[in-house]
Design a binder for this molecule. Structure first.
Ligand code: PHE
Length: 338
């Protein structure tokens, strides 16, 4: 066929070249582009088809079939490469979109109680070991239990010292989020006959802006003992026993005069570390007769002492935590240290 047009002569070689390029195409989009170029109006198939008119009449049928076969070969090569690539493209997509769920946890580990809960439970254990029982009261408290019954009547300046959060319930100012655990003293006296030996750990609330040493929600533990002939010496002895039982035998305690409306006399109690330094821990005192009366207890017959201190504060002092807010942001790097 030396007299055949050029486009027919080179057709087979062009197809072989196109098949080779398609077989090497890196993705399905490239295959489709190569295929449509090869079959398009500037490609060798169209050129050969146009040239059929120039072929001698008796050869046209053969040449026509040859062009058609060339087209089918290109389509087949493209489809084969597409099938081949589809599998690996899907595998690549899956690999790319795979989510690494191990990223945050790293090595799986067993969790533990929050350091505040640990301190709370250790305090309960210590006081139970000293003969106390655990009592509870509500977070939403009447202003009577939180203040009046504790010898803080309306208008008393001590009310201002507690930045209270009031609840919109009943008469204005009659319902409060308890500002301390002391109302549990009243609730216990009203429901249990003396002698009473209770501790009441729990959450308390004050209208404070959070900073490194304050949180608007924090925790206290209250203690109350009511019995016959209870006085300041019993209070001092109990604080000292607690100090050694909780902190260790190298620790000791002292009382410093202070004022609370619900105790008389009142004191602040401090704990001394083995290195001689002092921690101010909380308040305490002999229960005021007005408080006993509010609790339905005859002050002629019974007397008692009470104490209260912050559990979060204890935690900060114990572990040297600079910013108490760190204890509540749930950052595992902080919590893992306890
Ligand atoms: N309720 C006091 C406070 O929150 C602490 C306290 C409790 C003081 C019991 C004396 C007796 O500051």
């Amino acid at each position: 066929m030396s007299d055949s047009p050029q486009a027919i002569v080179t057709l087979n070689a062009s197809v072989v070249g196109i098949e080779a390029v398609i077989a090497e195409a890196s993705d399905t989009a490239a295959v489709t582009e190569l295929e449509s170029n090869a079959l398009g109006k500037n490609g060798p198939i169209m050129a050969a088809r146009k040239a059929i008119g120039e072929v001698a009449a008796e050869q046209r049928k053969d040449v026509g079939k040859q062009v058609q076969d060339a087209k089918v070969r290109i389509e087949a090569a493209a489809q084969a490469r597409r099938d081949e690539l589809a599998g690996s493209e899907r595998a690549a997509l899956l690999a790319e979109e795979r989510m690494d769920l191990t990223e945050v946890l790293g090595t799986p580990s067993v969790g533990h109680l929050h350091p505040l809960t640990q301190a709370w439970e250790e305090l309960e254990d210590t006081f139970i070991g000293m003969g106390f029982r655990v009592a509870e009261g509500p977070h939403v408290e009447s202003d009577w239990h939180n203040f009046d019954a504790l010898n803080i009547p309306k208008g008393h300046p001590a009310r201002d010292a507690f930045d209270s959060l009031y609840v919109n319930n009943g008469e204005e100012g009659s319902t409060v989020l308890r500002t301390h655990t002391s109302p549990v003293q009243i609730r216990t006296m009203l429901t249990q006959a003396p002698p009473i030996h209770i501790v009441a750990p729990g959450r308390v609330f004050r209208r404070d802006t959070a900073d490194s040493t304050h949180l608007p929600v924090f925790h206290q533990i209250e203690g109350l003992v009511i019995d016959k002939n209870i006085g300041l010496a019993d209070l001092a002895g109990t604080i000292e026993s607690f100090t050694q039982a909780f902190f260790g035998s190298g620790f000791t305690s002292r009382l410093r005069p202070n004022y609370f409306p619900f105790t008389e006399p009142s004191a602040e109690f401090d704990v001394q570390r083995p290195d001689g330094s002092w921690l101010e821990l909380g308040g305490c005192g002999v229960v005021h007769p007005n408080v006993l009366r509010a609790g339905g207890i005859d002050p002629e017959e019974w007397s008692g002492f009470a104490f209260g201190f912050g559990i979060d504060r204890l935690l900060s002092l114990k572990h040297g935590i600079d910013d108490i807010r760190d204890a509540y942001t749930n950052d595992i790097r902080f919590l893992q240290q306890f």
